[in-house]
Design a protein around this ligand. Structure first.
Ligand SMILES: C[S@@+](CC[C@H](N)C(=O)[O-])C[C@H]1O[C@@H](n2cnc3c(N)ncnc32)[C@H](O)[C@@H]1O
Length: 181
């Protein structure tokens, strides 16, 4: 337990790896995984996921477009610039792009995946809905920005009695959904 914590922190500070992803590595080592990132932006984190884990497929879900209800977190006025960047940054890696909002993307992904990493719309109702929609379909669910976005923290606390948190990441192992074989 302590070793995992130390390794996660070390990866976070030295290599900018997200603690949930390091935790997946510590759990799964080099086993092939199928996962989802909700909110890919320019693909920086997706690229790190593919570099750290042995990904069979990483589904990258992002509308790369403005919509009512999304308070823009990026300085760029045109989100399609991020899509172009993502496609460039992730070229040659085992990713599938799903250009949809997370609530509309379910029909394009497998019924079960090993993990879902939520980093899309950080408003309470969106995070809550992402958790509700994706939790039944994955072995690990978690995400980013729990330490700095009140909506994320509230949604996680309203859903789970217990969750792991290291720095900006949170995650939960879903015992009722096995990992993909
Ligand atoms: C914080 S950025 C993601 C950063 C990325 N995960 C990383 O660490 O490199 C948030 C992204 O979520 C996307 N987004 C916003 N609402 C979304 C939704 N409903 N479903 C999926 N993605 C969404 C935005 O277009 C934006 O690119």
């Amino acid at each position: 337990m302590i070793t995992r914590y130390v390794i996660s922190l070390m990866n976070y500070y030295l290599y900018k790896q997200r603690p949930m992803i390091t935790n997946l590595y510590l759990n799964y080592s080099n086993r092939p995984l199928t996962g989802i990132e909700i909110g890919t932006a320019s693909g920086i984190n997706a690229k790190r996921i593919c570099e750290q884990l042995n990904m069979r497929t990483l589904y990258c879900i992002d509308p790369w477009d403005r919509y009512d209800g999304y308070k823009l977190m990026h300085k760029v006025p045109d989100l399609s610039v991020l899509e172009v960047e993502a496609r460039k940054n992730l070229r040659g890696l085992p990713v599938k792009f799903i250009k949809q909002k997370s609530e509309d993307a379910l029909k394009y992904i497998p019924d079960y995946v090993d993990f879902v990493y939520i980093d899309g719309n950080h408003e309470y109702e969106y995070v809550k809905r992402d958790i509700e929609l994706y939790k039944p379909r994955c072995h690990f669910i978690g995400g980013h920005d729990i330490d700095c976005r009140a909506g994320v923290k509230q949604a996680v606390e309203d859903t789970f009695n217990h969750y792991r948190k290291i720095k900006c990441d949170w995650w939960v192992r879903n015992q009722s959904c096995n990992r993909v074989r």
